[in-house]
Ligand binder design. Structure first.
Ligand code: ZN
Ligand code: ZN
Length: 388
């Protein structure tokens, strides 16, 4: 006999998600309306918002699920314990689900398949998550870590201690030293940095599975639903550049343009600078540009086909010419970049002056590629306008 809705519900998950949400929209606003928050409480909310949320994006996601960089143990300890306070499961469970999401994106094997709708991808998959253990055959590498196994075995007490216990204790200590009162300060911290913060962090990180597969553009791949959106990045600690992320999942960056908001990337970069992280993985600029060109070409061809339009010879010629110039520029760029890299790695005999020259040439070649790419885009834009 098939189970009814109530029997299929995952009650521990549902109780937690519904209770914290209800408290966050009833008790918390009432408290904020009737009490004043001091600066300490606001700073603590900000701290827990970033510490637990970015332990998910930097730790659970980019470090453990995708191995996009290496770290020293303090970073692993911090993200494992603080990440537990976001109440999104152990690193092992989270990574197992997430690796399946990437491997089977948009199909039944994807735990948060957006094809089943916004609600399912956002939170429905948790409300109806099977109560038996998540299959974890795809995280054998992570199971070798004693720290991750410890967190997995004692997940619930660690999550409550870090997510609710720690802010309450810090609030109580502040109440004692500032004279604001131990009890009232502890309660304010529990409500604001505990409950309200958990709800905000959860739904913001859940957006990565829901809205980041719905809102935005797909410049790097239309093979899946993941999308790039600068607005979503603001709510997801930089994970809104999700189309890029699905195409190049091992890159430690999600925003590759300097103006893209990606605090998770900035934090990894800063950890590298102070010697706490290493081996940051980056996809080469050539590969990224190639993906962009492929997608634009695909869109253009699809439009031509949909309209049953054949371009005049003169326009075809100019499109081919811009294509050739772009390919040539990319070839030159690749050669110059390789020469510069070899010189930097001292694999060829080079003086300081020659290295500077090679660097200049590589930069010049890169600028030339950008120019040719713009020209190529304009040629296509013009052809598209003609078709309209
Ligand atoms: Zn995704
Ligand atoms: Zn991912």
């Amino acid at each position: 006999m098939s189970k009814n809705v109530l029997q299929r519900m995952n009650w521990p998950n549902t109780t937690f998600l519904v209770a914290t949400l209800l408290l966050a929209v009833t008790l918390v606003p009432w408290y904020l309306w009737t009490h004043d928050l001091d600066v300490f409480q606001i700073l603590m909310f900000v701290f827990f918002y970033f510490a637990t949320g970015m332990s998910i994006t930097l730790g659970y996601h980019r470090l453990f699920s995708h191995l996009s960089f290496k770290t020293k143990s303090p970073v692993r300890w911090f993200t494992v314990f603080m990440g537990a306070g976001a109440f999104e499961g152990s690193v092992l469970e989270w990574s197992a689900d997430h690796r399946r999401h990437h491997k089977h994106v948009d199909t039944d094997g994807d735990p948060y398949d957006i094809g089943k709708g916004f609600f399912h991808a956002h939170v429905g998959w948790l409300l109806f998550a099977p109560t038996e253990e998540t299959p974890m055959d795809n995280v054998e590498d992570l199971k070798k870590s004693k720290l991750l196994m410890f967190q997995h075995r004692h997940y619930v007490p660690i999550a409550f201690a870090m997510g609710f216990g720690l802010p309450t204790l810090m609030g109580a200590a502040w109440g004692h030293f500032s004279g604001a009162g131990v009890g009232s300060s502890a309660l304010a911290s529990l409500l604001v940095s505990g409950i309200l913060r958990v709800v905000v962090v959860q739904h913001f990180t859940f957006f990565i599975n829901s809205l980041c597969h719905m809102v935005g553009k797909r410049p790097y791949s239309t093979d899946n639903t993941a999308r790039d959106s600068a607005i979503m990045a603001l709510f997801t600690y930089g994970e809104g550049y999700h189309n890029y992320h699905h195409q190049f999942q091992h890159d430690y960056r999600n925003a590759i343009k300097p103006w893209g908001y990606d605090p998770t990337k900035w934090a990894i970069w800063a950890l590298d600078k102070v010697g706490m992280a290493s081996g940051l993985r980056r996809v080469s600029d050539e590969k990224i540009l190639q993906a962009e060109i492929r997608e634009q070409q695909k869109r253009f061809d699809a439009q031509l086909e949909a309209k049953g339009y054949s371009l005049p010879d003169s326009m075809l010629e100019s499109l081919h010419a811009s294509q050739d110039r772009l390919s040539q520029a990319m070839k030159e760029w690749t050669v110059k970049k390789e020469q510069y890299q070899l010189a930097m790695e001292k694999k060829i005999e080079t003086s300081r002056h020659q290295i500077d020259e090679l660097k200049k040439e590589a930069q010049e070649a890169s600028r030339h590629v950008q120019e040719m790419f713009e020209e190529w885009k304009n040629a296509h834009f013009y052809a598209q306008a003609q078709m309209a």
